[in-house]
Write a protein that binds this ligand. Structure first.
Ligand code: AMP
Length: 253
């Protein structure tokens, strides 16, 4: 696996990559788990080469504490990427992605204002900005995003359509632990009791109970609900457990 911290070094390599070879990209913030690896395996199946990016994007964190506490596991991430036989890893420096006096951001003013956007001001502005920058750097045929972050994935799909970006956006199903909890880098910060509560939330979301009833049950378990909503045929939830914000979604049962 070739590792690039320098954007220009990556771009030189990208220029030299034969136009006959297709490239797939998987964007991550590191602390890799089976959910991320599953996206990478799909990319490897569908493309000649796969690029993974690791970048803990500061502009999408509305809460500085959350950014500081975001797990960083560089060594084990690299081991996992080698095991999956990833071709390229791009881990750019923050100052290269966001040079001083750079005031350009990507905005969406409708869906990004709902659900996670309500409780995390500017979150999706940060997400769409970094995804746009990384799509332009990767110049990939396909980019893979998890349905775990359904609102994010849909916004990215819409952005690429609206701006006629050439990369195809592919959504990958949520990977869960056998107990139903969606894999997330944030799960590692949960205590045993916290994890039980998280699993309760994941299971409850898939039941036929009404949103009101679910909210009540979560609160009885001492779980703080950020939102629980149904939009069209989809159900979305976000909760706080032990100061950690967890999200999940599913098709409306
Ligand atoms: P993150 O590192 O959390 O920003 O995630 C990077 C990518 O992996 C995003 O497209 C996520 O939606 C996806 N992802 C994270 N967790 C899962 C999961 N449990 N199942 C499927 N995709 C996931």
């Amino acid at each position: 696996m070739k590792v690039y911290n320098d954007i220009n070094a990556w771009l030189s390599m990208r220029k030299e990559l034969s136009t006959h070879l297709s490239l797939g990209v998987v964007m991550t913030m590191g602390a890799l788990h089976e959910g991320h690896l599953s996206l990478m395996r799909q990319s490897k199946q569908e493309n000649d080469r796969t690029l993974v990016t690791i970048f803990v994007n500061p502009t999408q964190f509305d809460n500085k504490n959350d950014l500081q506490k975001y797990p960083k596991t560089w060594e084990s991430d690299c081991d996992l990427l080698q095991q999956v036989e990833i071709d390229y890893l791009l881990a750019p420096r923050v100052s290269h992605i966001y040079p001083a006096h750079d005031y350009f951001y990507m905005n969406e003013n409708h869906f990004s204002q709902q659900l996670c956007g309500l409780s995390r001001p500017n979150h999706f502005q940060g997400v769409l900005t970094i995804v746009l920058k990384l799509l332009n750097l990767a110049q990939a045929q396909r980019a893979y995003f998890g349905e775990k972050d359904y609102q994010q994935a849909k916004l990215i799909q819409k952005m690429t359509q609206c701006f006629f970006l050439p990369t195809q956006i592919i959504l990958h199903p949520t990977i869960r632990d056998p107990d139903g909890l969606a894999l997330s880098s944030r799960n590692t910060r949960l205590s045993e009791t916290g994890r039980e509560k998280a699993t309760f939330f994941a299971r409850l979301l898939k039941t036929e109970k009404s949103v009101l009833n679910m909210k009540h049950q979560l609160e009885l378990e001492g779980i703080q609900v950020d939102y629980l909503e149904e939009i069209g045929q989809h159900r979305f939830g976000a909760v706080w457990i032990e100061d950690i914000r967890l999200i999940d979604n599913c098709a409306k049962p």
